[in-house]
Write a protein of this length. Structure first.
Lengths: 619, 242
């Protein structure tokens, strides 16, 4: 570890030295060991690389890096080799020796480890040429590949903390606020409030003690953009936070990380310790006279604590319940003091804006939605993972180009943006630009960047019911509309999916939705109607089919479907007989169709999924 | 004076202290806004949402809770606009389905034209508690003992004693019982004891040395005596016989 840095020049000379060693010309292997790659087995791959490099005495010839998330989680474990930007997917420990020997040392490509494009069946060599990466602008996430997140030197080597140095020594706090305002950066937590204006209000608010907070309580099911960033590049968030604190006039920061993110917690804690040792955090940062401390707080597992006032209550040691925000938290927030809370991704944008200038940032995205946005692309698409795209990109481009289209050649039905309380948008809206204002207008929202793609096998009534049941459990229960309204809506949707719905139910649903939107205490209740209202708006025919025809076209709602055997297609192989958990299928001899007993069938779909002959019919 | 502002409520202008909550201003001028979770002796909480009004400020109109919305110059308030009434009616509908046999809720619902909840009777429940939190808030903010608190979240949220056992810090004063807007707290004095069934407590009552009535729980009187440093025999006699 280098010695404590006490001036801008100190940092600069360290940076020059570290950057030089980076340009050594050695081949570099970056292996993703992020949260998504680990269950795919990235840990043994990392160990295999380490052991092989050591056994062969290649420590001086190969630069090996264990990094955070590369984004293409679907294909993990991932290794990228420089030079050549060669992208290997589904890497196994057995492949390691070959990768080192052939690719790293001899520039030869191993074909079987390349990714095959689902649409063209061609294999791309370089990461950048993959359709998954081509349409992206990975200005924030891109650095994940270059650094070991547990080593501050890696971050400094690629220019890390130079924005902080610039902010402390070349700018006044008001200049920084002006730059952030000019950049047009808006809150990446989903609200989309202009960050610069928020900072300004907090700076101008009365009070000597002010707080800055990182909201890393990312609770949307399927969303993990903040996790990828905090785990893969924790210093970028920390640097942004320190710059923000300096601009606002705060000397105490908090990072509120959800407890289910152990790796993020570990990496940000290590990052803080290293930054403090180097004099980039703590007293008299870089000799500037500016003091700033940070504390990490772990969430307790409540979704609601991602809401700013509930998060602050939780930080205060109280139950995580939101309160009215008629007096903004920038005026009266944590312990009633002016507090600025921003999302992980918002903070990570700050060093880039300071280093490259607001004009650079303005060039990315669209006029009132500048910069990029990270989405967690999941669901029925071929390529799932973390994608970072310029704002204003079309939904279609994300789903069909980056995402590689729908799995198994199925038909696209809907995409839900913004987490459980986002709306479901139909095919006719696929050409909408993805930005805060357009999504809201369409009945959805940006949220913290969840994007769940659904196909023809998803029942939209069931989808709405599912999201409401999530919100029902996560409602804090403080205010009447959210606590009681979500319950009643979920009950109504249950009735509909069970074939007990009445035509009047839809009007009642809409009435409850309206009430939640208008009179809920916080945005959990205020946005909870989105899944219902958007599906009612765009997929009303499905609701009506459930109610009037007692029919679920997607074959999801158990009460409305029956399973049967198409006798002409059934070869009597008996696979389904073995698989059926309720013994509803009887084997009648080879080459004779099996017999399905409706009274025993629990409609679990196992026979349908296992049958290779397509002999099980759902009606 | 800059500390005084003028707000318009239902078309009439009223003066108010800057930052004073709209509900207070309205009440002072005899304008009725229904509430359940509001109480003059504790901080506003904003849970029942019945006090919603339509507020226009800076060219923007929205629904706000009057118990928490601060008065500001030029603020325009409608307490019973069609939008407010529609929302309030649904809030009562939701509460009615929860508290389908509660008298207070029934009467409020009737005021808004609801004879029965709009939801399927199969799902009606017969709770009395609306989770306004007043019992816990008076216990904390007025009595100062915090013997009970709201536990759980979502639909299971409700006031309870720690670990759902007996509320050991409870002094048996009954403030929760008196503050509850819907009669959800069951308290009873019988055979020399005070029972508050919700918090599983049973406390001996003090007998007046003069008239012999059992007038308050011994624990409560001890609490007050110690807090105010009163003589040991101070509460031997009831207030009527002092």
């Amino acid at each position: 570890m280098p010695r404590k840095l006490t001036s801008a020049d100190d940092l600069k000379s360290l940076q020059t030295r570290l950057a030089k060693s980076l340009d050594s010309g050695k081949p570099r292997i970056s292996v993703c060991n992020g949260t998504a790659c680990r269950p795919y087995g990235s840990n043994p791959v990392v160990e295999a690389f380490r052991a092989t490099i050591e056994n062969k005495g290649l420590q001086d010839r190969i630069d090996f890096k264990v990094t955070g998330c590369h984004g293409f989680c679907e294909r993990g474990p991932i290794a990228v080799i420089e030079p050549g930007n060669i992208f290997y997917q589904k890497v196994k420990p057995e492949d390691v020796a070959e990768i080192i020997e052939k690719t790293a040392l001899n520039n030869k490509i191993i074909d079987r480890l390349l990714f095959e494009e689902p649409s063209t069946k061609t294999r791309a060599t370089s990461q950048a040429s993959l359709s998954f990466y081509k349409g992206q602008s990975r200005v924030i996430l891109g650095n994940n590949l270059k650094i070991d997140p547990t080593n501050i030197e890696d971050y400094i080597a690629i220019g890390g903390y130079s924005a902080l140095s610039k902010a402390l020594f070349q700018y006044q706090p008001s200049d920084i606020i002006e730059i952030v305002k000019k950049s047009g950066l808006r809150g990446r937590g989903g609200g989309g409030f202009p960050t610069g204006r928020k900072w300004e209000s907090c700076r101008n608010a009365h009070g000597d003690i002010k707080y800055v907070i990182v909201n890393a309580d990312e609770g949307d099911p399927g969303a993990y953009a903040n996790e990828g960033l905090l785990t893969g590049n924790p210093h970028s968030v920390l640097e942004g936070l320190i710059i923000g604190a300096f601009a606002i006039g705060s000397h105490q920061g908090f990072i509120y990380v959800r407890n289910e993110y152990p790796l993020a917690l570990k990496n940000i804690t290590a990052a803080m310790e290293q930054a403090e040792k180097l004099g980039l955090l703590g007293k008299n940062i870089l000799g500037s006279g500016f003091d700033f401390q940070v504390r990490v707080n772990r969430g307790g597992g409540a979704f609601i604590c991602g809401e700013s006032t509930a998060l602050m209550a939780s930080l205060e040691g109280k139950v995580g319940e939101p309160r009215a925000k008629y007096i903004h938290t920038v005026e009266r927030g944590l312990w009633d003091r002016p507090s600025d809370l921003n999302n992980v991704e918002t903070w990570a944008n700050i060093p880039l804006i300071i280093n490259n200038g607001p004009e650079w940032f303005n060039k990315i995205g669209s006029p009132s939605n500048t910069g990029t946005k990270i989405f967690s692309l999941t669901g029925k698409v071929n390529n799932t993972g973390l994608v970072e795209v310029p704002m204003g990109i079309k939904l279609r481009d994300i789903i069909f180009d980056i995402g590689g289209g729908i799995r198994g050649g199925k038909k696209f039905k809907a995409v839900q943006t913004g987490g459980p309380s986002g709306g479901c948008l139909p095919e006719s809206l696929l050409d909408l630009p993805v930005d805060y204002d357009t999504l809201i207008k369409a009945g959805s929202m940006m949220g913290s960047g969840g994007m769940i793609v659904m196909d023809e096998n998803n029942c939209m009534v069931d989808v709405a019911r599912y999201f409401l049941s999530f919100l029902e459990e996560e409602s804090c229960g403080k205010c009447v509309p959210c606590r009681e309204g979500i319950l009643r809506m979920r009950q109504l949707l249950n009735e509909i999916t069970e074939g007990e719905g009445k035509e009047s139910d839809l009007a009642l649903l809409e009435e409850v939705c309206q009430c939640l939107k208008d009179s809920s205490l916080c945005q959990l209740g205020g946005s909870a109607p989105n899944p219902v209202l958007s599906t009612l708006k765009y997929f009303r025919d499905e609701y009506e089919e459930h109610i009037k025809l007692k029919k679920c076209r997607a074959g999801v709602c158990k009460a409305l479907i029956t399973f049967s055997i198409i006798e002409e297609k059934c070869p009597g192989c008996g696979q389904c007989v073995k698989a059926c958990p309720s013994g509803a299928i009887t084997f009648l001899g080879k080459r004779k169709p099996v017999l399905l007993d409706q009274s025993k069938c629990i409609k679990c779909r196992t026979c349908f999924d296992i049958c290779k002959m397509g002999a099980v019919k759902i009606e | 004076m800059s500390d005084t502002v003028t707000v318009t409520i239902n078309g009439n202008k009223y003066s108010a202290a800057k930052g004073e909550y709209v509900l207070q201003v309205a009440r002072r001028h005899g304008i009725r806004i229904p509430t359940l979770c509001d109480h003059q002796n504790v901080e506003p909480y904003g849970a029942c949402r019945l006090c919603i009004v339509e507020a226009t400020s800076g060219g923007r109109t929205r629904i706000v809770t009057s118990c928490l919305y601060p008065a500001e110059e030029g603020l325009i308030i409608e307490t019973d606009s069609p939008r407010v009434v529609r929302n309030r009616k649904m809030l009562l509908d939701l509460l009615y389905a929860r508290c389908s046999e509660n008298r207070v809720i029934k009467e409020l619902a009737a005021e808004y034209g609801l004879e029965k909840p709009s939801f399927d009777p199969e799902y009606w429940t017969t709770e009395d508690c609306v989770v306004c939190g007043l019992c816990c808030r008076v216990c904390e903010q007025v009595v100062g003992v915090s013997a009970i608190s709201l536990v759980n979240r979502g639909i299971t949220k409700g006031p309870a004693a720690p670990y759902l056992e007996s509320a050991q810090a409870c002094i048996g004063c009954g403030s929760c019982y008196y503050a509850c807007p819907t009669g959800a707290i069951r308290m009873e004095d019988k055979n020399g004891y005070r029972y508050i069934y919700n918090w599983n407590i049973k406390y001996k009552l003090q007998k007046c040395k003069v008239c012999g009535i059992e007038w308050a729980p011994v624990k409560q009187l001890e609490y007050i005596r110690k807090k105010w440093n009163l003589p040991e025999d101070f509460f031997d006699v009831c207030p009527n016989d002092r």
